[in-house]
Every structure is written in C-alpha cells, then in structure tokens.
Design a binder for this molecule. Structure first.
Ligand SMILES: C[S@@+](CC[C@H](N)C(=O)[O-])C[C@H]1O[C@@H](n2cnc3c(N)ncnc32)[C@H](O)[C@@H]1O
Length: 213
C-alpha cells in the first residue's frame, strides 16, 4: 500500500499538474501531432487520456494501453463518458499483445521517459506497426546544454522515484533511429513555464520502412 503511494499521488494530481501547460501549448501540440492519423491506431501509456479529445475522425479503430492501475481508473472514467469508447489494455510498451504489423500508427506522448527500457519498447512498437506505419511521438529528453544536463543527471534518481519512473536524461531521438525507424519529422521544442529539467521536448513522426525499401 505504502509502496504504491507515489503512483497513486501522481495519478491523482496529474491532470491538475499539467493543466497550465495543456492550455498554453500542450493541447495544441497534441492536436497537431495527431492531425492526419488514420486507420488502426495504438496509443501506449495513455495515462489519464489527455490525447482523447484530439484524435481525428480518420481513426477507424483506437486501442489504448495503460499499465498503471491508478492512471487507468481515471482513464476509464473518461472512457465511460464516450459514446463509442476505444479498447483499453493493460500491457506495457515493452510487451505489446499484438501480432506483427497490426497497426497503421502508434502514438507515444510523454511515455518513453517512463518505460523500463525504451530501446525494447521502441523495438516492440516497430514490430506491431505495419511496414510504412508511423510512430507519432512527443517526448521530453536530455538537454543539449551542459549546465542543464548536469542537473538532469543529478536529480534523476530522486525524480524517477517520485514521478512514476520518469527519466530526465533519455536521448529518445537517437533511440528512435536505432530501433530501425526513419525519422520523417522531428521538432526540437521548449516547454516554456515547466521546470527546466523537463523543458526540452522532441515532437515528430518516424516511419517503419516498407519491406524491401
Ligand atoms: C507522464 S505520463 C503521460 C501520460 C499520457 N501519455 C500523456 O501524454 O499525458 C507517463 C505514462 O506512461 C505510463 N507508463 C509507464 N511505464 C510504461 C510502460 N512500460 N509501458 C507503457 N506505458 C508506461 C505511465 O503509467 C503513465 O501513464
């Protein structure tokens, strides 16, 4: 019970903690990231469901996955209010319960910082995408500024214990390339008004190359 306390607290405060950033820029960034997403779509680490209002009508089937039970309770409440709720699974991104090539798109927003092993998760995302399928990502990452990266490395052990295993020092852009994706677009953004150790974010689209390409 006590061991669960940080996860319970994080889920309880998440929407309120992020509300200012959602109003200022994150809501728009999410909407823009999801514009043009079509077909059968998997979202990993859906959290409390902040992407839900931004999915376009071109999505034919939406599958959400959220391994944290406390996040999931809040997500389920939002899904209950939807006329046609998407499917909801409990699997983590490192082991997705789907055959190869099941999805046209995978969505990951602020998740690859928190998974146990981002390289394994990215290989698994690559596996479940069809050839030509796309990963749409928005992730905070290691700063290029030595002064900031010093503090990211210094504070990470405490931060990840209190913030749901969120790592401050992941080089997610490089990891996406190493997992076999071709990066189609990648913007280097600043989340203004949030703590400087989580301010740098990458947003973009990476493609699983078509077979034989
Ligand atoms: C900072 S929250 C982001 C939630 C949501 N994607 C958003 O954009 O607001 C990180 C999420 O990643 C989830 N997560 C942690 N480990 C995971 C894993 N191994 N696989 C998938 N999701 C994971 C957490 O449960 C949490 O919901």
């Amino acid at each position: 019970m006590m061991a669960d306390l940080p996860a319970r607290l994080l889920a309880a405060v998440y929407d309120r903690a992020i509300a200012g950033a959602e109003r200022r820029f994150l809501g728009r960034w999410r909407r823009e990231l999801l514009t043009g997403v079509t077909g059968t779509v998997l979202e990993i680490g859906s959290g409390t469901g902040l992407n839900l209002p931004h999915y376009p009508a071109t999505v034919e089937r939406l599958v959400l996955s959220e391994p944290d039970p406390y996040m999931r309770i809040r997500l389920e409440k939002k899904l209950d209010r939807q006329p046609a709720p998407p499917e909801l699974l409990t699997c983590g991104a490192e082991q997705l319960d789907f055959p190869d090539g099941s999805f046209d798109a995978v969505i990951s927003t602020l998740v690859l910082c928190s998974v146990k092993d981002p390289a394994v998760a990215l290989r698994e995302i690559h596996r479940v995408l069809r050839p030509g399928g796309r990963l749409h990502f928005l992730e905070h990452v290691l700063s290029e500024h030595p002064g900031i990266s010093f503090w990211q490395h210094t504070l990470e052990p405490l931060w990840k214990r209190t913030c749901g295993n969120c790592h401050l020092t992941r080089a997610t852009g490089e990891l996406i390339g190493e997992a076999g994706f071709e990066v189609e677009t990648m913007e280097d953004l600043r989340m203004e008004g949030v703590p400087i150790i989580v301010r740098r974010a990458l947003r973009g689209v990476a493609v699983k190359p078509a077979a034989g390409a």
